[in-house]
Write a protein that binds this ligand. Structure first.
Ligand code: C5J
Length: 221
């Protein structure tokens, strides 16, 4: 059993054999200069600061044989898996499926939809395509985790208050324990990031725990 003593709201203990690293939506369109996220006026630097810590964490996780699973938010080219309520949102000229700077926005198979080069998954690491904000909605993530005997998740990725938060809430309701790594999650809005993390650890850890990746890396064998 490994313990992160400095986690919020208190120590987080986990067993390597029942823990997985979940990397949420580290996609070009959210993170890269010139991508969809930046074209909406967002500062991608707020998300890009997660890349360095994640590269280091993934290397250490691979070295100790920790399971790593990646997700991508996006839709089928015919958008049949995109509910009208989601499709009709956003700036009218830049909606899901429209042409964007790196291909059709949030459409599977497009360049911008894929994971950034720095974090390319290894061939044996599952990549879960999800149509929603939460990684459990309409995916086989629960099955993949159950098959691997996973009960605890180290949660990373973007964005803190949207897909990370939704996934942590879904995981919590399914009985998984979540440690969210503050330096490996990011938001275009620093205030949402800060409050999003506070919300997870509030009330004795109502959805999970929060720590930094350096604390996890120091605890790994
Ligand atoms: C994610 C979003 N991944 N903000 N998507 O958080 O729309």
């Amino acid at each position: 059993m490994l313990t992160i003593a400095a986690a919020r709201p208190g120590p987080y203990s986990f067993d390597l054999s029942t823990t997985a690293l979940l990397v949420i939506d580290m996609q070009r369109d959210f993170l890269e200069p010139g991508g969809f996220g930046e074209s909406l006026g967002n500062d991608v630097g707020q998300l890009r600061r997660t890349i360095g810590p994640l590269v280091a964490l993934m290397a250490d996780a691979r070295a100790v044989g920790l399971s790593i699973l990646h997700t991508r938010e996006g839709h089928l080219p015919d958008l049949s898996d995109c509910p009208p309520a989601k499709l009709s949102r956003g700036a009218p000229s830049k909606r899901i499926g429209d042409p964007g700077p790196k291909g059709r926005i949030l459409v599977r198979g497009e360049y911008g939809h894929d994971i950034i080069d720095e974090l390319t998954p290894l061939p044996d690491e599952p990549v879960i395509d999800k149509p929603g904000k939460g990684a459990f909605h309409a995916t086989n993530l629960d099955v993949l985790l159950t098959e691997r005997g996973i009960r605890s998740l180290l949660v990373t990725g973007v964005t803190t208050e949207v897909c990370v938060h939704t996934t942590v809430r879904e995981a919590n309701d399914r009985g998984y324990e979540c440690l969210v790594l503050a330096d490996c999650v990011g938001s275009y809005f620093p205030e949402f990031h800060r409050v999003g993390l506070d919300m997870i650890a509030a009330q004795g850890g109502i959805f999970g725990w929060v720590a930094d990746s350096a604390q996890v890396r120091a605890a790994l064998p």
